[in-house]
Structures are given as structure tokens and as C-alpha cells.
Design a protein around this ligand. Structure first.
Ligand code: CP
Length: 309
């Protein structure tokens, strides 16, 4: 595999191979080993055109934990602000010969475009409302760790499905792993055609049947294209709170959370919530993705003959 642009790039065996490797990285880190030499001499370019806390920091930590060299590019403060295009930016930074580019963009399809402009491998770290494949992998990893397997699980994804790249990637990943998925939210926040992929509900009446409740953030920054309820109306009908979540259910959220909107404070900090475990899994799962894409691929030749470092 050269790129990871979509969770569709992976079949179930491919997902399991990456997650099994992530598990070995977890076991290594539990032995207090914080760095291994697996990707020494490789360069990872993190190219972020949109805000991120978890994805950007965990990709950086993952690459450094594998001894790769990392260039962190954030569009704000760069020549993007002077009008430099995405293509020119990628071609400029490609002069530094990265082996892998991790890209987050507000635009659907940006990662696929970048893959056409570089000889480096490309990982999609979120492209608009399209896909976020490494989030899906870390979510499957978290559920495997908590429940052993996803086979036969009933997973409800609740909230702003329309604008959610996480929902799109997770529906595919959870289904491939044997779970039954239901998306639930206000009708204006459920995309047309969802019924072809999973079950659809417009209220929480049957939420008690779910084994896993996966709440989504209300993405106010992308809300200019649909008639949506106010945050108060949304919270009244769809907020996951202590009355709606049962003791046997697992609660997930990709972060960042709008506290008091999609989740009430009492469930964020409840024993059912695995939100912290999702964040933690982000490092080992992204280590496994970097390893999958880079280990075994030949490193670029140095311009001058130099002794190995
Ligand atoms: N879940 C997620 O992608 O979080 P960030 O936007 O903080 O990276």
C-alpha cells in the first residue's frame, strides 16, 4: 500500500494487520520504550491546512517514536497567506524529499490531489467532510481493546452526520469489522442515501439497543449549507446524557467535544466513556500506519555520498 486516502483502501485483513501492529507498539511502550529505530532516515511532512489538536500531535509523536524526521507545516504563518497554492506548496516542500506527506485540509479530495503531485506516500488526516481514515482505525482499535471484537456489535453514530468525515470513515470501518451501524440525528443533518450504507434513525427512542454510542460534534464551522436546529434544540433532542446512556453501553467521541451540546458533562467523565483511550490509541495506530506505508520502501538516495548516521 502506497497511500492511505480512504478507509476503502483497506479490507478487513488490512485493518486487522495495522491494528495488530499497533498492539505490538502498545506492548513496547508499556515496557517504557518510547522510541524504536524502525523509520530512521525517513522524513514525514505534516501538512495541516485546518485546525487540529489530536491528529497533528499524534502523527508527530508517532513519527518521532519510530525515529523518523518530521517537518511540521501549518498553513497559518506560511506563504499560503501570501497566496501560494496547495500544489505549489506541495511541490516546494517536496524539494526536501519527504517519504510521506500527512495532509489535513478543509477541502474534499485534497489528499487525493496531493498524491498526484508527489512521489511521497500520502495519508489523509481529514479532507473536509469526506474521510478521516486514521480516526476510524483508532476507533476500531479502541473498541477491540474494550470489547474484544466488533463482530455483531450494534453501534449508533449520533449527531451531525452530514458534515462528519469521521462518520463516513467509521460507517465503512465498523461495517467491515462485522458491526451493525445506525446513524441518528436531525433529518437536515443526515445525508441523502445513507440507507444504502446503514440503518437511519431520527430520534433516540431505540438508543437502549446500542452496544456503543458514538457521538459526533456539531460542526458549527461547516453549517452554512443546511437548515439546522439551534444548539439548544439539538441538545434537548439528541444530547447523550446520564438519562439516555445506560451502564452497559460504551461511549465514544472523536473530539473536540462541545460540552453541554452533544455530550453532558456527567457522561464525558463516566466509566462508559473511552474518549481518553481513543486519544491514546491515536499514537500507536498512526505509528502502525506510518510503518505500513514506509517500512520496506527504499529510502531516497542522498545527493552526496555520506557515512550513515
Ligand atoms: N479527532 C480529531 O481529528 O481531532 P483533531 O481535530 O483535534 O485532530
Amino acid at each position: 500500500m502506497r497511500h492511505l486516502l480512504s478507509i476503502e483502501d483497506l479490507d478487513r485483513a488490512g485493518i486487522e494487520r495495522i491494528l495488530d501492529r499497533a498492539k505490538t507498539f502498545t506492548e513496547v511502550s508499556e515496557r517504557e520504550i518510547k522510541k524504536v529505530p524502525a523509520l530512521r532516515g525517513r522524513r514525514v511532512l505534516n501538512l495541516f491546512y485546518e485546525a487540529s489538536t489530536r491528529t497533528r500531535s499524534s502523527f508527530e509523536l508517532a513519527a518521532k517514536s519510530l525515529s523518523a524526521d518530521v517537518i511540521n507545516f501549518v498553513s497559518s504563518g506560511s506563504s499560503v497567506e501570501k497566496g501560494e497554492s496547495l500544489k505549489d506548496t506541495v511541490q516546494t516542500l517536496s524539494a526536501y524529499r519527504p517519504d510521506l506527506i500527512v495532509i489535513r485540509s478543509p477541502h474534499v479530495g485534497a489528499a487525493a490531489l496531493v498524491a498526484g503531485w508527489t512521489t511521497a506516500g500520502v495519508v489523509n488526516a481529514g479532507d473536509g467532510k469526506h474521510e478521516h481514515p486514521t480516526q476510524a482505525l483508532l476507533d476500531v482499535y479502541t473498541l477491540r481493546e474494550r470489547l474484544g471484537s466488533l463482530e455483531g456489535l450494534d453501534i449508533w453514530i449520533v449527531g451531525d452526520v452530514l458534515h462528519s468525515r469521521v462518520a463516513r470513515s467509521n460507517i465503512h470501518a465498523f461495517t467491515k469489522m462485522g458491526a451493525k451501524v445506525t446513524v441518528c440525528g436531525p433529518p437536515t443533518l443526515i445525508p441523502r442515501g445513507m440507507e444504502a450504507l446503514c440503518d437511519v434513525a431520527y430520534n433516540l427512542d431505540d438508543l437502549a439497543q446500542a452496544d456503543v454510542v458514538y457521538a459526533l460534534r456539531m460542526q458549527n464551522e461547516r453549517m452554512n449549507d443546511s437548515f439546522v436546529p439551534s444548539l439548544r434544540e439539538y441538545a434537548a433532542q439528541y444530547q447523550i446524557n446520564g438519562r439516555r446512556l445506560t451502564a452497559r453501553q460504551v461511549l465514544m467521541h472523536p473530539g473536540p467535544v462541545n460540552r453541554g451540546v452533544e455530550l453532558a458533562a456527567e457522561v464525558i467523565d463516566s466509566p462508559q466513556a473511552v474518549i481518553g483511550q481513543q486519544v491514546e490509541a491515536g499514537v500507536v495506530v498512526r505509528m502502525a500506519v506510518l510503518y505500513e506505508l514506509l517500512a520496506g520502501r527504499s529510502a531516497p538516495q542522498p545527493a552526496l555520498s555520506t557515512a550513515p548516521v
